[in-house]
Design a protein. Sequence first.
Lengths: 261, 264
Amino acid sequence: MTRYLRLIRIFTGATVSAQLEYRANFIGAVLSSLGQVGVALLAIGVLFGQGSDTVGGWTFREALLVTGFFILTEGFIAVFVQPNMSRIAEAIRTGSMDFTLLKPLDAQFSVSTRYLNVLRVPDILIGLGLIVYAASALTVTLAGVLIAAVLYLSALTIVYCIWLALSTTAFWFVKTQNVAELFNGVFGAARFPVTAFPLPVRFALTFVVPVALITTVPAQAMTGRLSPALALASPLVALALFAVTRWFWLRAVASYTSASS
Amino acid sequence: MIRKTRVLFATRFAEMAEYRAEVIIWMLSGTISLVMMLVWMAQAAAAPGGQIGGYDGSQFATYFLSVWLVGQLLVVWVGWELDFMIRQGTLSPKLLRPLDPMWPEYAAHVAERFVRIGPMLVLLVIFAALSGASFTRDLWAYPVTLGLCILGFTCRFLYEYTLGLLAFWTESSTSFSEVAWLLYAALGGLFAPLAFYPQWVQNIAVWTPFPYMLGLPAQVLAGKATLSQAGSGALILFGWVIFFWFVRLLVWRLGLKKYGAVGA
């Protein structure tokens, strides 16, 4: 365990110092972050600008909380998940996955933690800022915040598992570099509380692709409107997904035949 | 000239047909107008009288599905290609050809539309049936929409190309493309019909090409815009195309000098 923690520290140091070499990229990354935030705020701003006080039963501040979790999650994906997962398909195509598998270290750990995109850390900060701003006008209890934190951790696990499962398909269908875009397409719905959608869609977003668990449920926990069933469902789904993707990953690695053989 | 066009188009079409799985994945990832559609439909259903700003659920569905369709036809990724070509130097061999490197890229984008349109229309029919959208029954609207889309696409291609050429000077030209996308999405009407925005935003929007590229053809398809509105929109877009044509040419010439100086 300590060995893995030490490795995470080494990986982080290496990737951060590699990126600080290209400091001019920072301006571009800030532009991208502002663009992302702009889209999220515009979408919600226009929606509330038409005279209605609530969207799907959520007031503006409450919905802003969901948007905050959405931006935070996008930041988490951009910083921690996407830089690693996008390299899996590439490594399989070129055969450099061999080197990862040969190392005396769990391959899933090593493909998941090797890279970071520190340039997108502002997204995470903006997301956190938005959550604090939205919560400042709501009555939030300490217990609510703690439950929200736990539920958000399971949300991040769910996000990671979905990305890993999608990227792992590259072991069989080599040309799947942009398959994760499919997740982005569905995840776009997470910018709004799930109750803002028509009923059949709401059902799909909760049970088929658990987008609701990622942003709506932590926000509900903070405002104290969470039903105990959903509070239990989120960690359970996260655990189950983690186990399934782990199994899926092991199956995939077992069928790996390298690039030229 | 005609032979050149045919060869260019045929080769790029073959290439795009090879990447058909990717094309479909990219197509499915552009869902923001569909998300907005669902939210607005639910809002309209909950509102007193069943409508917001003169739109009921089915009209929202029609508008946003039209926006989705037009948006699919306006997809441009040339900025990323240019960023790659300029940074990796693969632009150099292309400069040796007696043809502006813009044309193969333009042909690739047009060819991709032909790969995209089949599955897109299938999805459109499914979505329309599910959401209760009903497109206009005026037959003139369809060729007019197509014409506006061609103009809008050309306009977008030219300004994205210009932004991509900034890669001659900066490492982060693709971020400019992302910001341009935000303007396009916001002022084009991807989140809501433009009439839903505050008046001052609308006043600014009419001075940009975006509402004519995305919102106008969508309104034509939805039967909410007249022929004369479409006509004046087309003229404005044509003006923008000419403007961006010359801006592109200028930036290209300046950039080439810079490229020669560094890459040699």
